[in-house]
Design a protein around this ligand. Sequence first.
Ligand SMILES: Nc1ncnc2c1ncn2[C@@H]1O[C@H](COP(=O)(O)OP(=O)(O)OP(=O)(O)O)[C@@H](O)[C@H]1O
Length: 232
Amino acid sequence: MLELTDVSAGYGETAVLADVSLWVPPRSVVALLGANGAGKTTLLRVASGLLKPSAGRMSLDGTDVTGKAPHVLANRGVCHVPEGRGIFPTLTVRDNLIIQAGDGNADDAVERAVSAFPILGEKLSQLAGSLSGGQQQMLSLSRAYVTDPSYVLLDEVSMGLAPVVVDEIFESLATLAAQGRALLLVEQYVTRALDLADYVYLLARGRIEFAGEPGELDAERLMARYMGGTHA
Ligand SMILES: Nc1ncnc2c1ncn2[C@@H]1O[C@H](COP(=O)(O)OP(=O)(O)OP(=O)(O)O)[C@@H](O)[C@H]1O
């Protein structure tokens, strides 16, 4: 279980998250929804160790990991697929995959990524920046396949992509879930996220406003009130 308890966090004087408690059970899909600026990215940054909480605790499979550095959490099975892709555009696809693998085996990393996204196999020597937007997102998502994580934090991975590519991305999220990885999913495609999710949290102005199962939420009302997102 990835567990945040009474977490507050922000940037300097700016408080963003206030007393946020959230659970991601192993092998579950948890959707984290909320309007622009609600604090979703900030919460994922806390969960991956990129941002230290100003108050509260975080634990991973029963061990306190509050304030631990990103590489410590990564070694314990947390994989963050950040907003804006987090790839190196001036490096080749192969080199990006090798970097994603960290201390792991490079050939194995390439093999796993290519088996998840065959198109990347045809582009290994190309610069990542020369890929289409969808292919760049697949390269970014490869991180979740090459590192064998237990918990994958996904920040708007379908952002700005053509509908047919969004379908592919959601298929790959379903594959990750079927592999038994827990997903914490920040998504603008609310209905799709809810279709995949076991649990949903609604964040409003840095506080959890709703936590429960997707069936307990009225998606239309949710869209109207909080999202301004894409109903697809
Ligand atoms: N580096 C930063 N320094 C100062 N304030 C920040 C920083 N990053 C985000 N914020 C502020 O924190 C608040 C929450 O931002 P955050 O990106 O977590 O929200 P979000 O729910 O992910 O929104 P979006 O859907 O727009 O990405 C916003 O008011 C934002 O302006």
